[in-house]
Design a binder for this molecule. Sequence first.
Ligand code: SAM
Length: 266
Amino acid sequence: MTAIRSNRRAAIACLLALTFAGAIASQASAASPAEVLLQGEASQKNARRPASDEDRRLRDERAAMVRTQIAARGVRNDAVLATMARVPRHEFVPTAELRWAYEDGPLPIGHGQTISQPYIVAFMTEILRVEPNDRVLEVGTGSGYQVAILAELAKEVVSIEIIKPLAQSAAKRLERLGYRNITVLDGDGYFGWESAAPYDAIVVTAAATHVPPPLVAQLKPGGRMAIPVGDTAWTQNLLLIEKDKEGKLTTRNLIPVRFVPLTRER
Ligand code: SAM
């Protein structure tokens, strides 16, 4: 969710399901140049830091966030709830925003971008039904928070960010926090990342005007994609696209959301 703090109420209110018949083009993908900033390894274990007293206080704030913002709104998946309670969101927000790290809304992260509302991160993760052997693609690394959540649930995650300074700082942060199964790329995520395709799950955390055909092509049969799609900056529809074993696509429109736009290579 991308509205900054002052827009939080409107963003949170957007929880009603709509109906939508999504049409998806299926032409072939074009390759996009992208730079690898952090190279993950599916075989490597993510490292864990020992908890300090400060961590314990923040852990309690996280537990409250999970209870009152996420479980209370209907997220039920135990693994997702446990991961949201474990990953230190405060590590992903700028110093000036630290005191709001566990509040119920998106926060600015610089360059006009945001770290999404915790509930939306949890909801999108839940609908992706990530399994421990899955390979996942995220478009829109931002702070790196969503990819960290996914990396705790999946075997390997590739994340692409179009704003280089954000991609660089997210890569450094994820490395410092001990994530070993994440690859961070700087580039235009519209084209996905063919080298690691196909993916069991794809999540796009910026609003597209249409579903990028290269992402559909890189989704495995049996795979799931969550993507906000819409023409306006104010509200978009969060779509869940599923590809069955025969490659047939089903699209469901789940909830209205508000994300920053998916931009194209500058
Ligand atoms: N997932 C992020 C997190 O956990 O902090 C929040 C993402 S923020 C709402 C959307 C991000 O998508 C921004 O950082 C923006 O620069 C990025 N973005 C926009 N268009 C993109 C594109 N074509 N390819 C890759 N990233 C893009």
